[in-house]
Ligand binder design. Structure first.
Ligand SMILES: Cc1cc2nc3c(=O)[nH]c(=O)nc-3n(C[C@H](O)[C@H](O)[C@H](O)COP(=O)(O)O)c2cc1C
Length: 223
């Protein structure tokens, strides 16, 4: 690919290797020797599920063993996690997936924290973003196909705020986009009026980090 890319940088994303024979340092060297410009390491083995913790130590080892850029990846759920990974592993950048579910603000939050500042979106900003998101889903594929996806995403936007269980209960029986928008608008108003009692954010954080689909059913669902 490097030979035929006409100068366009090639990046490679890898895991640690098989669980019984982690070979990431060997693979990283091969990637570098073949001219790639950047390695992204998801610090889990091929077999690890999301409930197994990633081992960031390997990101540090890869960073020490190659001269090309190394991007760390695995279980960054907030800005503090991102800054911790940068500090602990010395990687050049971070990549994240699930941490952006319902929180597209996370990238701004990371940049802010790197400058020693905090960024907290307002309820109205979260609400407007969630509404924009479901409008796009509706436009993209129509209501039938994207209804569950819309519900799931709305739940993610509000998962760490009080009233989340009420929101889930209200969304669950709704079967059209207008209904979803009604529930959403109502929920935003209630949050702005401090209607709901506080929730245990840490408990929710743990559940969400391991099993993101849990949110559709309240039951633990294997992903
Ligand atoms: C919705 C979704 C789609 C993904 N698609 C890809 C993909 O196409 N290629 C890939 O290498 N990894 C993919 N991944 C894995 C992520 O890039 C990442 O390695 C993994 O989720 C661990 O990062 P996280 O703990 O920040 O979620 C995907 C992850 C998610 C959640």
């Amino acid at each position: 690919m490097v030979k035929n890319s006409e100068g366009i940088p090639i990046s490679v994303k890898i895991r640690l290797g098989p669980k019984d024979k982690i070979n990431v340092l060997e693979i990283a060297k091969i990637i570098e020797d073949n001219g790639a410009s950047l390695i992204t390491l998801h610090a889990r083995t091929r077999k690890d599920r999301y409930d197994d913790e990633p081992d960031w130590e390997w990101i540090k080892k890869v960073k020490e063993s190659v001269d090309i850029a190394v991007v760390g990846n695995g279980s960054i759920f907030n800005a503090e996690d991102a800054v911790r990974m940068l500090n602990e592993t010395n990687c050049d950048a971070v990549l994240l997936g699930r941490g952006a579910y319902g929180n597209p603000f996370i990238f701004k939050q990371i940049n802010y924290l790197l400058e020693g500042k905090n960024y907290t979106p307002t309820i109205s900003e979260i609400g407007e973003t969630a509404k924009h998101h479901i409008d796009l889903l509706e436009k993209e594929q129509g209501l039938v196909k994207n209804l569950d996806r819309a519900k799931k995403n709305i739940i993610w936007y509000f998962k760490y705020l009080s009233g989340i269980w009420d929101l889930i209960d209200q969304l669950y029986p709704v079967n059209n986009f207008d209904g979803i928008k009604g529930v959403l608008n109502n929920h935003i108003l209630k949050l702005q009026e401090n209607f709901y009692p506080p929730i245990d954010v840490e408990d929710i954080r743990k559940k969400f980090n391991n099993r993101v689909l849990f949110w559709l059913t309240k039951e633990e669902v294997k992903v």
